[in-house]
Structure formats: structure tokens, C-alpha cells
Design a protein around this ligand. Sequence first.
Ligand code: AMP
Length: 280
Amino acid sequence: MNQLRTAAELRAWADAEIAAGQRIVLVPTMGYLHEGHASLMRLAHQHGTRVLASIFVNPTQFGPKEDLSRYPRDLPRDTALLERNQVDALFVPEPSEVYPAGFDTYVVPEALATTLCGASRPGHFRGVCTVVLLLMRMSRCHAMVLGEKDYQQLQILRRMSQDLWLDVQVVGAPLIREADGLAQSSRNAYLSASERQDALVLSRVLEHVRQRASAGERSSRVLIQDALALIAKVPSARVDYVSIVDAQNLQPLQDLTAPAVCALAVFIGKTRLIDNCPLL
Ligand code: AMP
């Protein structure tokens, strides 16, 4: 696997691959990789002939009180996982390579970023859109694979690719869970043994909401009240949000009609976890 550390190295690699007729699929990540990320790499191989992973803990998507400096890192382990999954190249830049002195241009999503994580993490999706646009342009990728774990991010980046005529096919990948239901996440590494148990409340609540919805309950208010009551039983859990939104425009639904998604963010101790599932 090629390790590329500068934007110039990445561009030179991409230029040569494209000149040779290859189709590049980008899988952007923040590292500390797990089986969810591995599934994205495998899916990427189905959408092109060269798979490029990136590992970059992007400072512009973290708020001032968030976990940027303590975000988990393990490059040797990540490299081994990528090699096992036949990834062709890894871009692992320093922040100054992505945001050189004088950098002054950002991409700001609008309506899709007003709900869910966009509402509780101001500026988060501005950072996400900006870094992903930079990665897309530096790598000249033809396609990009993103996980449904970050459902809002997937919808926003899909929209960005379309709105800005980026000509990048955005492929959504299914959410991968642990055997007991916990959504795989790099942030699970922060959890103590007892918090790890408590964190199961997220997937349990989603399953409960999904079942009640398929049994006929159509009131979001009732479903959300139910979810909040279940979360309240776990002392280490503090709700950031529980929402039921339209699967496309991400606006809250009062009554379940269109394809809908239930999404939630819950702090378990100090660790903020997110999860979601389709309803109906
Ligand atoms: P991250 O490293 O957390 O920024 O995630 C990088 C990419 O992997 C994003 O597109 C995520 O949606 C995706 N991802 C993270 N966790 C999972 C998971 N459990 N299942 C599927 N995709 C995931």
C-alpha cells in the first residue's frame, strides 16, 4: 500500500492512476479503524479499480469543547487493517498540509444541517463538507464510500456532490454493529466496561421504536417519549437528541408517513455516541 503524506504526493499518485485508466474510490476516515471501516473498504472495491483511504482527524469539524486532542489514534494497526483489505493507497496528512497558512474558504451546508447533529454541533458539517471537498479535489476520485452510521453526513455530502457538480458518485454503506447490537465506532474505545454495557441502550431503543412503528404507531411524539423513558432508566446516559425525521430532507416528522429515520445521540458518561435506524 502506498502511504501518501502530502497533497502533492496524493495528486501525483492520482494523476498517474487516472492516466492509466483507473477508477479511484475514496474512503475518508478519522482512523482508529474497526470492522465498520473495513466493510467500507470492501464495498469500495466494487465501485472502482483503485481504493484510496484517508486518515485525518479534521480539526475544523470539532467544537472547542470536543474530543479533538484525545481522539484515539493507532496508525500501525490501521495500516494493517487497510492492507488486509487490499487498499491501494493511504493518505495520512498533517493538518498544515490540508489547511496551509492563509486557508480561507469553507463549504457551508444549509437546511440539511439544521437538525440532528447539525443542531447540537454548530459548525460541525461546515468542517466535514470542507475537508471532504478538499479530499475529493486532491484525489480526483470518481466515487466515495460513506457509512450510514453517520446518516446525516451521508445525506449532506451526497447533496454537496450534486449541488457543486463534483461528479463523484456517493455510495452509502450499511451500518455495522457488534454482535450485541452496539454500532461500531472509534469512540467506543472511550467506554469503561460498565459504560460499554450501558451503551447498548442506543440500539435497544432504536429496535423498540422500529417495532412500535411497524406495529402501527404513527405519532413521533409518542415514539420519542417512549424512547426517552427507556434511556432515562440508564443512570450514565444523558440524551443529546432523539428525533424522527424524513429520510431525505432530515426534517422532523410529526406523523410517520414518508420513509423515515429515527436518529439519536446519547452521552454515556463523557462519550457521545450516535446511532440510527430506518422506520417503515
Ligand atoms: P469516522 O472514522 O468515524 O469518521 O468514519 C469514517 C467513515 O466510516 C464514515 O463514512 C462513517 O459513516 C463510516 N463508519 C463508521 N462507523 C461505521 C459503522 N459502524 N458502520 C458503517 N460505517 C461506519
